[in-house]
Design a protein around this ligand. Structure first.
Ligand code: UGA
Length: 434
C-alpha cells in the first residue's frame, strides 16, 4: 500500500518505519528541512532500540522516503497518518492546532479518496473536528479514522510489530477494509484488530494510559504504606499480581511515573471529563500522588541528613524517565535534582543516553560523568532514579572504593536487601525495610 505519514516525531517515525517493513511504500513528511535531510542520509533523530536496523533497511530498499513536500507525499497515498504533536495548551488541554492545520493543508491538495488516520493521542471528538475541516475545505470523499498508538518507548518496534491489539475507530466500511488489510501482517499471531466508532477509539487510548498510571500510583501508595507498617512491597506485589484479574505487569513501585504520555494523558482525560461536568476523582488523586511520589525520595534523604543537605554531594544514576530511552520529559530525576539543588546540595549525574538532553536543560547547574563509577568519587551518597540494566549488577568493590560513605537511596528497588546489609550499606529503597 502507499502510505503518507505526516510528522516524523517519535510516533511518526516508528509508524512509518514499521509500516515500510511489511512492504508498504511510505513517505514521511516533516517541516524541518535539516531533519528531513538527515533522515534521507540514514541519520535517525531519536534513540529507539532496534529501530535503526529497520530504518536503514527500508531506506536502502526504497520503501521509506522523507520529504518536506506535503503534496508530493500525499499525491498517491491511499492512507495518510497524522502523527503530529498535541502538546498540552496553556489550559492543560491538548492543543489540536497542528492536527487541524495539517488536515486543512491536506484537504486543499487532495484529488482522490483518502483515509486520514489520527495517530496522535487526541481528545474525544477530534475525528469529528478533522472531518469538519475536510468538509469545509474539500469536495473529495475522505474517511477519518482514529487509530491510537500503544507504543512504549524503548520497546516501540516490538509493540508496533507485535501489538497486543490494534484499535481502529471508524464508521466507514471502506476505511475499515483498508485498515484491516494494512494491519493484517502485524496480528498474524491472532491478536485482535478491534473495530469501533471514532469516539470510543479516542477514549480507549486515554483510558488505557490512565488506567496504567493509576495501577502504578496505587502500588506507589501501597509501597509508602509498606514502609510505615513494616511490610515488603516486593512480596505484596508478587502476592497481588498472582491474581490473573490484576496481573503481574505494571505493579512496580518507584519514584512516580514520568514521560511524555502518562502525565499529559491523565491530565487531559481529567480535563475532558470536566468539560462534560464529570468530576473524575480518581484521576485527580493519581496526579496528586504522583507529584508527591517524585520527590518523596528527597524527603527521605533530607530526613537521613537531618535537614542539612547544604554542601552534600550526591551521585545520581539515571536521568531518563525510564531505561532504553534518552527522553527526559517529566523524568522524576529532574524533580529530584531540583529539590536537591534548592536545598544547597551538589549533584553529579550519569545516564547511558540522556546526559546530552539534560545538559541542554540544566547546563552546568549539575555535573555530569562519562561512566557510572567516576561520579561516585567523593560522593556522600548514591541516588538511583532510572533502572538501566547496567545498574542492576554493579561492581560493588569499585563502588565502595569511590563513595565517601556507603549510602544508597534507590528509587527503583534494584538490589537485594540482604545483600546490601551484608555489604554494610545504609540502603533505602521504595516500600521495603531499611
Ligand atoms: C506509555 C504506555 O505504556 C504505552 O502503551 C503508550 O502507547 C505510551 O505511553 C503513549 O501513550 O505513547 P511510555 O510512556 O513509553 O508508554 O512508558 P511506560 O513503559 O509505560 O512507563 C511510563 C512510566 O511509568 C515510566 O516513568 C515508568 O518508570 C513508570 N512505571 C512503569 C512504573 O513506575 N512502574 C511500573 O511498573 C511501570
Amino acid at each position: 500500500m502507499k502510505i503518507a505519514v505526516i510528522g516524523t516525531g517519535y510516533v511518526g517515525l516508528v509508524t512509518g518505519t514499521c509500516l515500510a517493513e511489511t512492504g508498504n511504500n511510505v513517505i514521511c513528511v516533516d517541516i524541518v528541512k535539516e531533519k528531513v535531510e538527515q533522515m534521507k542520509n540514514g541519520v535517525m533523530p531519536i534513540y529507539e532500540p532496534g529501530l535503526d536496523v529497520l530504518f536503514n533497511r527500508n531506506i536502502a530498499q526504497g520503501r521509506l522516503h522523507f520529504t518536506t513536500n506535503l503534496s508530493e507525499a500525499i499525491k498517491d497515498a491511499q492512507i495518510i497518518f497524522l502523527a503530529l504533536p498535541t502538546p498540552p495548551g496553556g489550559d492543560g488541554r491538548a492543543d489540536l492546532s497542528f492536527v487541524l492545520g495539517a488536515s486543512k493543508d491536506i484537504a486543499k491538495i487532495i484529488t482522490d479518496y483518502k483515509v486520514v488516520v489520527t495517530k496522535s493521542t487526541v481528545p474525544v471528538g477530534t475525528a469529528d473536528k478533522v472531518k469538519q475541516v475536510f468538509l469545509e475545505n474539500s469536495t473529495i470523499e475522505v474517511d477519518v479514522v482514529s487509530n491510537p498508538e500503544f507504543l512504549r518507548e524503548g520497546v516501540a518496534v516490538e509493540d508496533f510489530m507485535k501489538p497486543d491489539r490494534v484499535v481502529v475507530g471508524t464508521s466507514s466500511e471502506r476505511a475499515k477494509a483498508l485498515m484491516g488489510e494494512l494491519y493484517a501482517p502485524y496480528v498474524r499471531s491472532g491478536n485482535p484488530i478491534i473495530f469501533m466508532d471514532e469516539r470510543s477509539s479516542e477514549l480507549t487510548k486515554y483510558a488505557a494510559n490512565s488506567f496504567l498510571a493509576t495501577k502504578i500510583t496505587f502500588m506507589n501508595e501501597i509501597a509508602n504504606l509498606c514502609e510505615l507498617v513494616g511490610a515488603d512491597v516486593d512480596m505484596v506485589r508478587i502476592g497481588v499480581g498472582a491474581d490473573a484479574r490484576i496481573g503481574k505487569r505494571f505493579l512496580f513501585p518507584g519514584i512516580g511515573y514520568g514521560g511524555s504520555c502518562f502525565p499529559k494523558d491523565v491530565q487531559a482525560l481529567a480535563l475532558s471529563a470536566e468539560e462534560y461536568d464529570y468530576d473524575f476523582k480518581i484521576l485527580k488523586s493519581v496526579m496528586d500522588v504522583n507529584q508527591t511520589q517524585k520527590i518523596k525520595i528527597v524527603e527521605k534523604i533530607d530526613k537521613y541528613y537531618k535537614s542539612n543537605l547544604k554542601g552534600k554531594k550526591f551521585a545520581l544514576w539515571g536521568l531518563a524517565f525510564k531505561p532504553e530511552t534518552d527522553d527526559i520529559r517529566e523524568a522524576p530525576a529532574l524533580y529530584i535534582i531540583d529539590e536537591l539543588l534548592k536545598a544547597g546540595a551538589e549533584v553529579v549525574a550519569y545516564d547511558p543516553e540522556a546526559v546530552d538532553n539534560v545538559k541542554k536543560l540544566l547546563g552546568d547547574k549539575i555535573e555530569y560523568g562519562d561512566n557510572a563509577y567516576d561520579i561516585l568519587e567523593g560522593a556522600d551518597a548514591l541516588i538511583i532514579a532510572t533502572e538501566w540494566q547496567l545498574f542492576r549488577n554493579p561492581d560493588f568493590d569499585l563502588m565502595e572504593k569511590k563513595l565517601k560513605h556507603k549510602v544508597i537511596f534507590d528509587g527503583r528497588n534494584l538490589f537485594d536487601l540482604h545483600k546490601m546489609v551484608d555489604l554494610g550499606y545504609y540502603y533505602n529503597s521504595i516500600g521495603r525495610k531499611i
